[in-house]
Design a protein around this ligand. Sequence first.
Ligand code: SF4
Length: 301
Amino acid sequence: MIITIDDNSGFCFGVTTAIQTAERELQKGQLFCLGDIVHNGQEVERLDKLGLETIDYDDLRTLRNVRVLLRAHGEPPSTYHIAKRNNIEIIDASCPVVLHLQKHIRETYQTLHGKNTGAQIVIFGKKGHAEVIGLEGQTNNTAIVIESINDLDKLNYTCPIYLFSQTTKSVEEFEEIVAEIKKRRSEIETRDSELGSQEIVFEYHNTICRNVANRVKRLQDFARSNDVVIFVGGKKSSNAKVLFNNCLEVNSCTLFVSNIDDITSEILKQCHRAERVGICGATSTPKWLMEEVRRYIVESI
Ligand code: SF4
């Protein structure tokens, strides 16, 4: 049996930079992190042992005169306001790709604000996800979040629509949503053109991170080339869910584990029967964890 770890899996540059920043800043003294630095329990635990204390928004409101690291997901303006008020030094490790998207949404909001056109800024993303909270904050929380094509009834197709995406969503799903909005609008336009109404704006921006989008094809090639695929990802990671499903599409023998505790005797049996076992993961999966999974499988079979 050959066990291979996918070279292309593991932290994206945004997460790598945030973790390196945390490690560097920890050497200077006490450091808090607002939310889990990465959606991976094992990596959070490793950094916790180095002294990184994870806090939530309630803690942030009560802390004074400390240093707080902002993770790659980015934050809404309210976080910076609280920090300023409480004399908190921000160590900003927000990913530049996310910051660019925040700026794009903020500028769109500022352009549309107060024009009374009924324009809707729409974010395709997971409600409550840290990155999405940061994006909604750029619109004074007026953006409409849609989680899937099933949420499209929330939109008013007679008013302008400006669509953006959370950086880790699936490109295919985004394209399906764009096609469905176009379809619904064209039905209304056909009706309105008979009444002589003006065309209504529909702008869409594929703001899915290239780092994630490019991974899908390579990951699927990797999944196809193995008999059994062990996908290592955090249960809270939306990127892990998307990439796991991408593997499953091309290899029905893809199994999700968060760590070695999830490797059951059934999974070991499947590995044992296979000629090629592939181990891969999400952008939030540390390489050391994939290596630990490989070691565990080798030693258990
Ligand atoms: S997936 Fe892309 S946008 Fe998100 S943190 Fe990584 S590099 Fe940045």
